[in-house]
Write a protein that binds this ligand. Structure first.
Ligand SMILES: NC(=O)c1ccc[n+]([C@@H]2O[C@H](COP(=O)([O-])OP(=O)(O)OC[C@H]3O[C@@H](n4cnc5c(N)ncnc54)[C@H](O)[C@@H]3O)[C@@H](O)[C@H]2O)c1
Length: 331
């Protein structure tokens, strides 16, 4: 059994707490949050001990691995302490908001980066993973084009936006990872952004929509379309196109029930709303991949380097947005 400690007891941590508790070969050994009420709520809900002393949990000899689900600016410090204390780490995305800080961390911990997996949960979505496996097996021949559409149902609160690092590092970061998952290394990025959704986001100096074009080292291209608002719910689609055909991943519904009447046909319920519903199976599969990789001594995927590479693309997109130029990405 793998004893896992949880750092941070907010929104996403509760999903991880549920997946760890349900996993047959993992134990939620303890949870921690500087806010006692938050630590107690998650500890009591999942029947495990809790503490406000986050560092004590990182040092705890009874804990084999930690899941870092605290705010992004705390990730690098916590993962450094955790790997130096001998723990395996599953760290939420993004790894940080600044590539220079990630590089300083990499310099300090060296090979201990191998002990870190990054929480790009979408790689574990059953549909995306299925398409990825079929593309990797050659079903499309050469992959030529990838289309990723990711739109949130509604914009986040202004306070969230102010601390988020901006659309590319907060939201598109998942899509940058998905692009790399399919295309491998990306060599060039161009991005354009819009402010058509939320005046608060514009006031915070951020964009609320974007289209990004990525060129892969194989010559394949990827477009990413993002919006912070979508009238019909959480829009998560993907298209992989190649020599021999195309795979598509469509939006998901809670049931297959349809209504047909005098004024409409084939009316369905709204799509699964937002990430906690849409990606629930992916979060559970992510925890399973973390536990299984540790048991079998296999490298983590997505790795520390994958976390860094997605952040490099976010910074390149930011530069392209600012300058209007296509930005080359160093190998
Ligand atoms: N993979 C995904 O789909 C996904 C979804 C949501 C959030 N996230 C990421 O997860 C992280 C947390 O996001 P959230 O939405 O759950 O935030 P949240 O604000 O709901 O929760 C964060 C919790 O961490 C606690 N905290 C603050 N400082 C801490 C510290 N030093 N050590 C431990 N805990 C600390 C806070 O008190 C809070 O309870 C962010 O990095 C975010 O980008 C990932």
């Amino acid at each position: 059994m793998l004893n896992i400690g949880l750092l941070g007891c907010g929104r996403i941590s509760q999903v991880h707490a549920a997946s760890i508790t349900a996993h047959p070969r993992a134990v939620l050994a303890a949870v921690s949050d500087p806010i006692e009420e938050s630590a107690a709520a998650v500890g009591e809900r999942f029947g495990t001990r809790y503490t406000t002393d986050v560092e004590s949990l990182v040092e705890d000899p009874e804990i084999d691995a930690v899941v870092i689900a605290s705010p992004t600016p705390t990730h690098v410090d916590l993962l450094t302490r955790a790997v130096e204390a001998g723990k395996w780490v599953l760290c939420e995305k993004p790894i940080d908001l600044d590539v220079a800080r990630v590089d300083a961390c990499r310099e300090r911990i060296g090979d201990l980066t191998d002990k870190v997996m990054i929480g790009f949960n979408r790689r574990f979505d059953p549909t995306f993973a299925d398409i990825h496996a079929r593309v990797a097996a050659g079903r499309l021949g050469t992959l030529e084009q990838l289309v990723i559409i990711s739109r949130d149902p509604a914009p986040p609160p202004a306070a969230y936006v102010a601390a988020s690092g901006g659309l590319f590092k907060d939201m598109t970061i998942h899509d940058f990872d998905m692009a790399r998952f399919f295309l491998g290394d990306v060599t060039a990025v161009s991005a354009t952004g819009t402010n058509l959704v939320s005046p608060e986001i514009a006031e915070a100096g951020d964009i609320d929509g974007a289209v990004v074009v990525l060129r892969g080292s194989t010559g394949a291209v990827c477009t990413i379309t993002n919006s912070r608002r979508c009238a019909f719910g959480y829009d998560q689609r993907l298209e992989a196109f190649g020599e021999l055909g195309m795979f598509t991943a469509e939006n998901q519904l809670p049931t297959s029930t349809r209504f047909s009447g005098a004024d409409a046909t084939e009316v369905a319920a709204p799509y699964l709303n937002f990430f906690l519903d849409r990606y629930m199976p992916a979060y559970a599969a992510e925890i399973d991949a973390f536990v299984t990789a540790i048991e079998e001594g296999r490298p983590f995927s997505p790795s520390f380097e994958d976390g860094r590479a997605a952040l490099v693309l976010a910074e390149a997109a930011q530069q392209s947005l600012r300058t209007g130029a296509v930005v080359d990405v160093p190998a």
